[in-house]
Ligand binder design. Structure first.
Ligand SMILES: Cc1cc2nc3c(=O)[nH]c(=O)nc-3n(C[C@H](O)[C@H](O)[C@H](O)COP(=O)(O)O)c2cc1C
Length: 314
């Protein structure tokens, strides 16, 4: 084991470590899918910078080139609208990229159009040092993938059952705001055997340049992320966690330790950081973790898990 990584690994501490669906994380912060998510060197760096877990970019069976620029638009320094188009190197190349992983807690995000695409992808990753899978059923701007699959309860069920019969590793289903209620899709996922839910993905959105009178993104429609979506994320986590009792990972506009604590009180056992990385850089992991630690100490608590879902009482 790399000596520096070993030291970091030993920093697991009872106060901050969390467990959900069989995953043990040294702290509740994870990298959200789609941010810096395709290089083992970067994963090593993110782990050294304090991430408790890392979710890869969503990987498909074949490489995807993605949309042409502009693909990302920054809104009021706190939110993005993006339509990257799930650009990724494909399962074969990405499995070679992370084959050397030893100690970094990587969760591979997978995306596909039908249940038949998942077994061959799982086969490439299952023997590697990864914690499990997050299945992206909620990207809102790619035809026949993501949300178009996630809005079809029968397909959601078929995909999860197919994946479950091909791996013993935990599977986390990432849901979002589509045409079917987020709690209903989470219920379908739970019934089909999902181990945990990540909520939420970006929300369909658009921006138009008033001078050129044209949509700003090449794809016209994109997904909104960042501070603008936080209350929707908190509501989704609260409703899924309270009604279904399944472990939930919170995501959507988490910029500060206060945001992370709010998501945990709503029922999240861990939180994912996405847009904040773009605005504040990788130091967000330690800033947020330190803030959570001080909060727990101030409240006289012994474990971060103690605050998960406390707001359900009200
Ligand atoms: C540029 C960009 C690319 C993204 N790519 C993915 C992806 O490949 N798979 C996925 O599940 N979510 C993807 N997301 C969604 C994020 O993982 C996250 O759910 C969303 O941005 C909300 O979190 P945030 O407000 O902290 O950014 C992407 C988001 C952005 C902005």
């Amino acid at each position: 084991m790399h000596r520096r990584l070993k030291r970091i690994h030993e920093q697991y501490n009872d106060l901050l470590s969390v467990s959900l669906a069989g995953l043990q994380l040294r702290n509740p912060t994870m990298l959200a899918s789609g941010f810096l998510g395709i290089s083992q060197d970067v994963f090593n760096r993110l782990y050294r910078m304090g991430a408790g877990g890392i979710v890869s970019k969503s990987i498909s069976i074949e490489p995807i080139e993605g949309y042409r620029n502009p693909t990302v638009f920054s809104l009021e320094e706190s939110s993005y609208i993006n339509a990257v188009g799930l650009a990724n190197p494909g399962a074969e190349a990405f499995s070679r990229e992370i084959a050397s992983n030893r100690n970094v807690p990587i969760i591979v995000s997978l995306v596909g159009s039908s249940d038949n695409e998942f077994p061959s992808m799982i086969k490439k990753f299952d023997g590697l040092n990864i914690l499990g899978y997050e299945i992206n059923l909620s990207c809102p701007h790619v035809a026949k993938m993501g949300m178009e699959v996630g809005d079809d309860p029968e397909m959601v069920c078929a995909i999860i059952k197919k994946i479950k019969s091909n791996t013993h590793k935990p599977i986390i289903i990432k849901v979002g705001i589509g045409s079917v209620d987020v709690v209903k899709i989470a219920q379908v996922a739970k019934d089909a055997g999902a181990d945990a839910i990540t909520a939420i993905n970006t929300i369909r959105a658009m921006a138009i340049d008033i001078e050129t009178m044209m949509p700003i993104l090449n794809n016209r429609i994109g997904g909104l992320s960042g501070k603008s979506i936080k209350p929707v994320g908190v509501r989704s986590v609260y409703e899924i966690s309270k009604n279904l009792g399944i472990p939930v990972i919170g995501c959507g506009g988490i910029f500060t330790w206060e945001d992370a604590v709010e998501f945990m009180l709503a029922g999240a056992s861990a939180v994912q950081l996405g847009s904040v990385i773009g605005y504040k850089g990788l130091s967000a992991f330690t800033t947020i973790t330190k803030g959570i630690k001080k909060y727990l100490e101030r409240k006289g608590l012994k474990s971060a898990m103690e605050i998960v879902g406390l707001a359900h009482k009200y």
